[in-house]
Design a protein around this ligand. Structure first.
Ligand code: ZN
Length: 154
């Protein structure tokens, strides 16, 4: 959703805000947590909690991200985009270590005792999950594939 606050800023004020958020975030993208190089990377400022979820249209609710990260999150709020990014990093690291896809167990292990309220259930070979703890009550689905040989669910 468009921000009245951001569209009221001049180009210079917008760059200043970008720089300020970038400093607060230790020069890292809010979503992927990789470094942002302000000279090289195109960035976006976005609401951490979407206005649709009653986030404030104010500086405290803004974060700076790579433009590409922000575009790929679609309408999810930034915290969820971050979690999804973490899931895909877990997937990548497990794949790099074992040559296999991350199993549900790998992912859930990483999440047990984590700060995220990651609620999930398994229904009809689908993982249903939501992040109501961070203010998003949407249910997300991910298909689960059962490996016929190992019966490992991924
Ligand atoms: Zn990023």
């Amino acid at each position: 959703m468009a921000s009245k606050y951001l569209s009221s800023l001049s180009k210079d004020e917008y760059s200043e805000l970008t720089k300020k958020l970038w400093d607060i975030q230790n020069h890292k993208c809010f979503i992927c947590e990789d470094e942002i190089d302000l000279d090289l990377n195109t960035t976006n400022i976005d609401h951490i909690v979407t206005l649709a979820n009653e986030g404030k249209d104010a500086e405290v609710n803004f974060a700076v991200t790579h433009e590409s990260c922000n575009k790929s999150k679609q309408d999810a709020n930034l915290k969820i985009a971050k979690i999804l990014q973490k899931l895909s990093k877990i997937q990548d690291s497990v794949h790099a270590e074992t040559g296999k896809s991350a199993s549900l167990k790998n992912i859930l292990n990483k999440y047990s005792g984590s700060q995220f309220d990651f609620k999930h259930k398994i229904e009809n070979d689908e993982l249903k999950y939501s992040f109501s703890g961070v203010g998003d009550n949407k249910t997300y689905n991910a298909p689960i594939f059962t490996d016929n040989l190992s019966e490992e669910k991924t």
